[in-house]
Each structure stands twice: as structure tokens, then as C-alpha cells.
Design a protein around this ligand. Structure first.
Ligand code: AMP
Ligand code: MG
Length: 417
């Protein structure tokens, strides 16, 4: 890989690589998966669009009423004459077909075609009705309550761009154009496993020194939200042959491999050695907290991300590094997570040097003002902090102190999960 003599790539150096540099290096060395499939619209939710969608029709396709009421010619209403006779009814899906002589109006419902000669709709609450006669006591504005053809989307207009991850509204919008099948990227295949002799899967008994493997579950959740195809390879013991075998299977079957554990100093050589034998790998110390160690490499065309084992570090590194990298591989547009500023209601003192992602809780007042409270327990093994939190508090590397009430950057989880 890129062992261009940079200090932060070497195990022995204390020099840290800025997160943005690591991201640049990683994303620029990754390719977007090219395989495409055609899918029925419903199956495309959360998938990546690979074509620009142009509407084959005007939407709405016809002039129609925005209200339940009465359609009329505005010129038929004068100061002297404010009452018209009903000529018939136009229902949604059942347009009025008859003649409408001057001086007559049409009962009309929301979505119904406005007959060609009529130019205004008055809502039913604003008229007085006596059998087949309708009085219009208020002034009439020409064009009122009429929805025009193409007002939402014009025929031929490009509405959705390739690279978009399709939302529920996109499915509805595409359906409104009458399009039943679309072209999307094939799902990215991601294999993942945990490494560590101390790790037990849930359902197994814990002996002294054992812990349950939690990373594989948080990783599962984060990957599931990204809509990738998952290959869960379980827990792999700290055994050279087992790790090598797992890497070979993963590389054969996946576009990306994500592991956790075994990349911190002391263990690093072990994962690194295996990767170096099978492919190429860099071990980086990233100037972020929690996080820091990250292995990145390739076995043939399969990308490899080795996350730190500590559960919070694994999640933060996934969100900040692996997620944007996978989005690039998926061919998704690079939509950065929402960052907003809010006053922090507690002071924070810290050692500067690393970009920090503290876990926080957003307090919302009824009038829409936000403040944020950092959680106690910011150590990288306190996974419950990720469950309790609803945002990251993003603290720039150089910042040593935040005073109570000072504005900080927050990244709400809702915008990244
Ligand atoms: P390592 O990166 O392997 O040195 O692990 C660092 C810390 O994270 C140790 O306390 C490990 O027990 C813990 N750890 C590693 N992998 C996992 C996992 N999959 N689930 C929970 N904790 C883990
Ligand atoms: Mg370990």
C-alpha cells in the first residue's frame, strides 16, 4: 500500500495522521462497484440509483381541483349576478363530460379534472347552496384552487440523479411517473468477523476472562442500515491459521472485509502479517479519539478495514472512516452527516492533539433551542455510552478546553445511521 515513508504509517512512530488525510487516502484508492441490476420499484428502497430519472409524463397530468367545491368561469360572476346553476359533477377519476353553458358551474371534488372552459374553483365552505343553485358571496380570483399540469414535475424533467440512495419519497415520486422498474447498483458484499481469544458469541458460556462479542452486533446493525449484503463470519480466535483462512474465505466472497480487534500496538503484527502475506496493508495511527489504530488494505480487489477492538472505538471508526469508504464503493453520493452547533452545558477539559468524538445527549426545548450534555464515561470500552447518546460532540484536535455554555459541533446520530 501507500508506505510512502510517512511516519504515521509506521508502527514505531508516535506521529498521528489527521482523519481527513486517512479518508482521502482510503477513498482515493477504492473503486465503485460497477455491477448493476434492474429491480422492481419497491425493492429499490435504500439502494443506489444508477440512472438519471426523467419523467415521461407531466405531473399532475391534467388541470385539476385542489379543493372540494365548485368550478366556474370567473367572468360569470359580477356585482349584479352572484348565483350560478349546477350543470353537473366532476369527480376524481370521473371527469364531467357534458356542456357547460355560460352562467353555469360544476360541482367538483379534489383531484377531479377542471373542465376546459372553467378557470376557477371556489371551496365549498365559501358558497351558499340552495338545491341546484350556488351563490358565491366572496370575490373570485381567476385560477384559484386549480393545480396545473406539470406543476409538480414537467414531462422530460430530470428529477433524480444517479448515485442517490432512494428514500420512501423517491419511491413515491418514481411511482407518480408510472415507472415500475429502475436500475440500481448491486449490493456491496461485506464480510465481517471479530478477532480475540476472549470473545464468546451470545448463547455461549462466559469463563473467567471471557467477554461477549459485541462488535459483531453493532457492526451488523451499522452495515444493515447501509443496505449491504452481509457475510457474518463469527469470532475468529487469535490463531494465525484461523485468521488466514478467514481472510481467504472473506476475500473470495466479498467486496469488503471488516474486522475488529488485533490492530492495537503489540498485536498489530499479527493481523498485519497475515494481510501482508495475502495482499497489502497499512497500519495507521489516526489522530482521532476514540479510535487511533486502523488497518487498511486490500486482498486482490477486496478492501480490508481492521477496526480497533474497543467497542466505542470500533463504532466511531466505522462511522467516521469505513462508512464513507463503503458509500464510495457503493456508488452513493457523498452526503456528509449533518453537523450543527449547540451550546454545551458542561465544561470539557481535555488533552489536545486528536479530533474527538464524545458521546452526548441533545436537549430540545419546546421553542426549538438545542443544548448538548456530554455523557459521563467517555472511555472507549464504555459501549453503553453509544446507546445512551444521540449525538457525537465533535471536538477539534487543537481544542484543550470547552467552557460551559460554549457552542460545540454536534453530529446527530439520526443523520448517520
Ligand atoms: P484489541 O484491539 O484486540 O487489543 O482489543 C481491545 C479491547 O477491545 C480489549 O479489551 C478487547 O477485549 C475488546 N474487544 C475486542 N474485540 C471485541 C469485540 N468483538 N467485542 C467486544 N469487545 C472487544
Ligand atoms: Mg484482541
Amino acid at each position: 500500500m501507500n508506505n510512502s515513508g510517512c511516519d504515521c504509517c509506521s508502527d514505531k512512530s508516535d506521529k498521528l495522521m489527521p482523519l481527513a488525510d486517512a479518508l482521502d487516502r482510503i477513498t482515493s484508492s477504492l473503486h465503485t462497484k460497477s455491477a448493476i441490476e434492474t429491480a422492481p420499484l419497491r425493492q429499490a428502497l435504500g439502494r443506489i440509483l444508477t440512472e438519471n430519472i426523467h419523467s415521461p409524463i407531466d405531473i399532475p397530468p391534467h388541470r385539476n381541483s385542489a379543493m372540494d367545491g365548485y368550478a366556474l368561469r370567473s367572468s360569470d360572476i359580477t356585482d349584479q349576478k352572484r348565483t350560478l346553476e349546477i350543470a353537473g359533477t366532476s369527480w376524481a377519476g370521473k371527469p364531467f363530460q357534458g356542456e357547460i353553458p355560460t352562467g353555469k358551474c360544476v360541482r367538483i371534488f379534489t383531484g377531479a379534472v377542471v373542465p376546459i372552459k372553467l378557470d376557477s374553483v371556489v371551496m365549498q365552505e365559501k358558497v351558499e347552496r340552495h338545491d341546484s343553485l350556488v351563490s358565491f358571496p366572496h370575490p373570485i380570483t381567476q385560477g384559484n384552487n386549480i393545480r396545473l399540469p406539470g406543476e409538480d414535475i414537467r414531462k422530460g424533467e430530470q428529477l433524480l440523479q444517479l448515485g442517490k440512495q432512494l428514500t420512501p419519497a423517491d419511491l413515491g415520486t418514481i411511482a407518480s411517473m408510472g415507472i415500475s422498474e429502475i436500475r440500481i447498483k448491486q449490493k456491496l458484499r461485506v464480510a465481517f468477523f471479530s478477532t480475540g481469544d476472549e470473545l464468546r458469541s451470545i448463547g455461549e458460556q462466559l469463563n473467567e476472562g471471557d467477554i461477549y462479542d459485541s462488535n459483531r452486533y453493532s457492526l451488523y446493525g451499522m452495515l444493515k442500515r447501509l443496505n449491504v449484503e452481509l457475510l457474518d463470519m463469527g469470532v475468529i480466535p487469535d490463531d494465525r491459521q484461523a485468521v488466514e483462512a478467514a481472510f481467504l474465505v472473506a476475500a473470495e466472497n466479498a467486496d469488503a472485509i471488516i474486522t475488529s480487534g488485533g490492530v492495537s500496538v503489540g498485536e498489530a503484527d499479527f493481523v498485519k502479517e497475515t494481510l501482508e502475506k495475502l495482499g497489502q496493508v497499512d497500519l495507521w495511527k489516526i489522530a482521532m479519539k476514540p479510535g487511533k489504530p486502523l488497518a487498511f488494505g486490500k486482498i486482490n480487489e477486496t478492501a480490508f478495514f481492521g477496526l480497533p477492538g474497543n467497542p466505542v472505538s470500533a463504532m466511531v471508526t466505522f462511522y467516521q472512516v469505513v462508512r464513507p469508504a463503503l458509500l464510495k464503493m457503493m456508488g452513493a453520493e457523498n452526503k456528509k452527516p449533518l453537523r450543527i452547533k449547540a451550546p454545551c452545558n458542561q465544561a470539557i477539559k481535555r488533552a489536545p492533539g486528536r479530533l474527538e468524538f464524545q458521546r452526548g445527549i441533545i436537549n430540545r426545548s419546546d421553542n426549538g433551542e438545542l443544548t448538548v450534555t456530554p455523557l459521563t464515561g467517555q472511555a472507549s470500552h464504555i459501549l453503553s455510552s453509544m446507546s445512551k447518546a444521540d449525538c457525537f460532540i465533535v471536538i477539534p484536535a487543537e481544542c484543550a478546553e470547552i467552557t460551559a455554555g460554549e457552542k460545540v459541533i454536534i453530529e446527530p446520530f439520526d443523520s448517520i445511521i
